[in-house]
Design a protein around this ligand. Structure first.
Ligand code: SF4
Length: 291
């Protein structure tokens, strides 16, 4: 839940989630619609689906326990090297490090060497005696990530109060490395076409070929192209939206109509029991201004 999401946003979701699922088994028996409804508003919905799929594998194949080898953990749905390393350390207290952007920055500053010139696996292997010199590996994995986020921050690291400053080459060097800047994600333009009726309903389909937000209820959405035919549609608004790690510039069009293509279903813009992604809810808000 915390991927790209702030703690204060996650807390109510986490409480609701753990109240609904007291055990891994109860989670594994949940329907996808229910888990998506509980996740509604958090974004990155693939996480919810992967969590559900993973709970099923753990219950059926591992007696509801997390396996103890990185090879096995990496076979779980949605779990790559980073998550597997974090889980091994956090859950099984094994000497591993989850190397994210924060951790890379800390290591690169301590040795005052550009991130692009460091082989981090090799760096950890070479320094494992120094790095894993306590039995508190799970605290260490967590602390290292927090340290990068709170102390050795991308801008203005708090070197003056940092416990590592005596041994930090960045702090003690006159020629400091430049901190790696990660490229901003490019934004793309999309046209969204909404069928609307007088009952404050909007037609949604799960058959968009977008790649992201696949299988979710959306109006028709297409990547903007020059000379696209929009003459039957009225332009409503231009706005920005982010989904997962994508930035979208939306051109919103609408048309009052009682006829809709067969793959579309009318949805109320006011109340929905089924899961509706935040992206679609934003469209509801814009279209509501027509009434
Ligand atoms: S002294 Fe500064 S640069 Fe070095 S680890 Fe601490 S916060 Fe980071």
């Amino acid at each position: 839940m915390l991927q790209q999401t702030q703690v204060k946003t996650v807390i109510p979701y986490f409480k609701k989630f753990t109240k609904n699922f007291k055990t891994l088994k109860s989670l594994s028996r949940c329907s996808e619609q229910k888990i998506l409804k509980l996740w509604e508003g958090l974004g990155y919905y693939r996480r919810a689906r992967n969590l559900l799929a993973t709970s099923k594998v753990l219950v059926s194949e591992y007696n509801s326990k997390l396996p103890k080898t990185i090879k096995e953990i990496k076979t779980l749905p949605g779990v790559g090297n980073y998550t597997a390393s974090a889980l091994l350390g956090l859950v099984h207290n094994q000497p591993t490090i989850a190397v994210d952007g924060n951790v890379k920055r800390v290591f690169s500053r301590i040795i005052n060497k550009q991130e692009s010139k460091i082989n981090f696996d090799q760096f950890i292997e070479t320094n494992k005696r120094k790095l894993f010199n306590s039995k508190r590996n799970s605290d260490f994995v967590e602390a290292l990530m927090e340290f990068g986020a709170l102390v050795c921050k991308p801008k203005d690291p708090k070197c003056g109060v940092c416990n590592l400053n005596q041994n930090c080459k960045y702090f003690n060097s006159l020629k400091k490395i430049k901190t790696t800047k990660y490229k901003m994600i490019e934004s793309k333009n999309y046209d969204v076409f909404c069928y609307v009726n007088k009952k404050r309903q909007i037609a949604l389909t799960k058959k968009n070929n977008l790649g992201f937000l696949n299988q979710f209820s959306l109006p028709e959405i297409r990547e903007s192209r020059k000379n696209i035919r929009t003459r039957d549609w009225k332009f409503l608004k231009k706005y920005k939206n982010s989904i997962s790690n994508k930035k979208l510039n939306i051109n919103l069009y609408y048309k009052f109509s009682n006829k809709i293509p067969s793959s579309f279903i009318w949805h109320s813009m006011d109340q929905n029991k089924e899961f509706i992604p935040t992206f679609t809810k934003k469209i509801f808000r814009q279209v509501s201004t027509l009434f």
